[in-house]
Design a protein around this ligand. Structure first.
Ligand code: NDP
Length: 484
């Protein structure tokens, strides 16, 4: 049984008997595997004091020294990849191979990417004719709150923490209470990486207490949040009147547009992955497949064949494609969405229930079959609301204009993929689809330099590359008159 503790002022705080704790449950086995402290507003306040005190020291270091700390931490993540991957799988339910081969290495890449980026930043200068010179400084803003969700726990945690630290801010981070294990182990590794005390702090606990206090704390000017749209709205309502800077990466209802000339054979493995990787619990997962009616029959038969081949089971098994959903509560929500889809008149083309014949070790886990609906209206709740699970719908369209209109007909605008061999058409559609990120003949093909984020109710602001470096710094203009 792991006893999770907070990181403050460079110290892992000893679990205290006075502190209330909550269980952490392995969703594959339904067993309690750890306990996490129920952080309080006071815990946040103490962490913010530590981070504020560390800010002049950390922001005053040469960028190369900050980068060196981040590189040491990345090396420690690499050295502990197997342990971190296992924690991630036990906590979240994702297949071990996904955590070990993709997500934990990506956490190390996030740290290295921003460690490198900060050494290559530039500043602007403007020659004012004969009158003078203006130039810009980009300075860290102070204490940054980094609030992350449960679906890609360490991957998204480091996506926020790395640029905040690289740019010279100090951090108070709050991982999701549902999946705190990898952030806990990461915070232990951070104590070995040589950060000055107080630079990086982690407070575990509930979102509505720890997260809320971080958002409303007067000494936290910068908030980066990834999570649900309704939580994002709450954060914006608190942070807006305080003039805080917020980056909100929120939900999605992403379209997968299959054109009549799509190379279905080559594309199918990626299309299926785009819908069901990580049990569909990725914000960029496709959840509405729009198929040109000329290819509907061919697409549906190939797609359902491929989905039938997905193995749902023990996430520790190397053959497993889909593990359990993250929690019993979340599975309840997804099952309610499936029931609603049926009530709205949808036809189940496959799935819709809990898998049978699970291995003994995981027989009590929170599994669901990959589920495909057909015959639902564009306006149905199933086609409008984020489900965040292994549930997709298929709709037909007759013209590319109709495909674009359907892709745009939700309140979200996070991600989209277009499958076609006609690049001219791809450019035209991509420009018209209201989506922060569009992939053509690909999904989740990521370069850390490219901006990441959504439009409409999928968020405000962009992360990644230059955008992240700008977000975490304040730009100041300085103008010097030439003598005379
Ligand atoms: P939530 O919004 O429930 O939680 C996200 C984080 O915010 C958690 O750490 C949570 O803490 C915390 N939190 C909850 N309430 C508050 C509050 N009032 N103030 C501050 N923080 C709070 O999202 P989920 O964890 O359920 O994540 C799933 C959602 O995340 C989906 O909607 C998904 O689309 C979205 N997402 C978006 C991505 C993007 O880049 N656009 C990427 C990944 C996910 P706790 O869990 O401890 O309650």
């Amino acid at each position: 049984m792991i006893e999770i503790s907070n990181l403050r002022s460079g110290q892992m705080l000893e679990p205290s008997t006075h502190v209330e704790r909550m269980p952490v449950i392995n969703p594959a086995t339904a067993e309690i595997i750890a306990t996490v402290p129920v952080g309080t507003a006071e815990d946040v306040d103490l962490a913010v004091v530590a981070a504020r005190e560390a800010f002049p020291i950390w922001s005053g270091l040469p960028a190369s020294e900050r980068a060196a700390c981040l590189h040491r931490l990345a090396d420690l993540v690499d050295a502990n990849v197997d342990e971190l991957a296992r924690l991630e799988t036990d906590d979240n339910g994702k297949p071990l191979a996904l955590a070990r081969d993709l997500e934990i290495p990506r956490a190390a890449s996030n740290l290295r990417f921003f460690a490198g980026a900060i050494l290559h930043t530039k500043s602007e200068a403007y020659d004012l004719g004969g009158m003078g010179l203006s130039y810009s400084l980009h300075r860290p803003r102070g204490v940054a709150a980094c609030i992350s969700p449960w679906n890609l726990p360490l991957y998204l945690f480091t996506w926020k923490v790395a640029p905040a630290l690289a740019t010279g801010n100090t951090v108070v981070a709050k991982p999701s209470e549902v999946t705190p294990l990898s952030a806990f182990r990461f915070s232990q590794l951070a104590t070995d990486a040589g950060f000055p005390p107080g630079v990086f702090n982690v407070v575990h606990g509930r979102g509505d207490v720890v997260g809320q206090r971080l958002v409303e704390h007067p000494d936290v000017p910068t908030i980066t949040f990834t999570g649900g749209t309704s939580t994002g709205a709450r954060i914006a309502a608190t942070a807006g009147p305080m003039f805080k800077r917020t980056s909100l990466e929120l939900g999605g209802k992403n379209a997968v547009v299959i054109c009549e000339d799509a190379d279905l054979e080559a594309a199918m493995p990626t299309i299926v992955r785009s819908c069901f990787q990580n049990q569909g619990e990725i914000c960029t997962c496709g959840s509405r497949i729009l198929v040109h009616r000329d290819r509907m029959k061919a697409f549906v038969s190939r797609f359902l064949d491929s989905v039938a081949g997905l193995k749902v089971g023990d996430p520790l098994d190397a053959e497993t494609d889909m593990g359990p959903l993250v929690s019993a509560d979340h599975r309840d929500k997804v099952e309610a969405a499936i029931a609603r889809g049926k009530a709205e008149g949808g036809t189940l083309a496959c799935g819709g229930g809990r898998p049978t014949h699970l291995p003994d070790r995981v027989k009590d886990g929170f599994f669901l079959e990959p589920t495909v609906f057909m015959g639902l209206d564009q306006d149905s709740r199933t086609n409008q609301e984020e489900i965040f699970g292994p549930v997709v719908t298929i709709q037909g369209y007759d013209s590319h204009g109709e495909a674009v209109d359907r892709a745009n007909a939700t309140p979200y605008g996070l991600a989209c993929s277009i499958w076609t061999r006609d690049l001219e058409r791809a450019h035209r559609m991509a420009a018209r689809i209201e989506s922060g990120m569009t992939w053509v003949n690909a999904w989740m093909l990521r370069d850390l330099r490219t901006p990441f984020g959504g439009m409409k109710q999928s968020g405000v602001g962009r992360e990644g590359g230059e955008e992240a470096l700008r977000f975490f710094t304040e730009t100041r203009s300085i103008t010097i008159a030439h003598p005379g």
